[in-house]
Design a binder for this molecule. Structure first.
Ligand SMILES: Nc1nc2c(c(=O)[nH]1)N[C@H]1C(S)=C(S)[C@@H](COP(=O)(O)O)O[C@H]1N2
Ligand SMILES: [Mo]
Length: 172
């Protein structure tokens, strides 16, 4: 029976080795419980519905809220916007791509280089001055660049990337 003891310990060592190599389960995306307000599709490593990463409001809120206090071409005065950083959303979905396609409820879409989210704290705003953005307020999600902090962002190219009523991000 000595041989079988050795092979059992070999199996145990192999199992412990595999467990150490496997990614921790805690990093897996939970399944949304509420209405899905954002679908991240394309080149994503983390999925929870088919081959896509779906997020409800609570899941987006749990990614951490970043506040951007700025004026925009679409709002009166200075507004405190809050929502998750786009780079945090892309990390949560384990996105691997150079560009994302940001698609709105009305099918307007803009292609945005991922470098924008490394260079700037761009958020997917869920709230303005503490109030949830409704679809009629160009919500539920509005891409907000920090215009007042980085005036070089005030140009037509960035305005075209400032998609409101965002529904989907497709990672290219
Ligand atoms: N959902 C949505 N977001 C959008 C657009 C759109 O048509 N739908 N147009 C984009 C473009 S091309 C620009 S220049 C600005 C336009 O803002 P304006 O229509 O207030 O000039 O918003 C951007 N965000
Ligand atoms: Mo535009």
């Amino acid at each position: 029976m000595r041989g079988s003891l050795v092979s059992k310990s070999k199996v145990l060592i192999a199992a412990v080795g595999l467990a150490l190599l496997s990614p921790p389960l805690a990093s897996a995306l939970e399944v949304p419980e509420g209405p899905v307000i954002l679908v991240v599709s394309g080149k994503v490593g983390q999925t929870n519905v088919g081959d896509e990463a779906h997020f409800d409001k609570a899941m987006l809120a749990s990614l951490g809220q970043h506040e951007t206090i700025t004026r925009t071409p679409w709002h009166d005065g200075v507004i405190g916007f809050s929502g998750p950083l786009v780079r945090t959303i892309l990390e949560a979905a384990d996105a691997e791509g150079e560009n994302i396609r940001v698609v709105a409820l009305n099918e307007y879409a803009a292609t945005v280089p991922v470098s924008d989210f490394e260079d700037y704290d761009v958020i997917l705003a869920m709230q303005a001055n503490g109030q949830a953005l409704r679809v009629r307020d160009q919500g539920p999600l509005f891409v907000i660049y920090p215009f007042d902090q980085h005036p070089e962002l005030l140009n037509e190219e960035i305005f075209s990337r400032s998609v409101w009523q965002v529904a989907r991000i497709d990672v290219k």
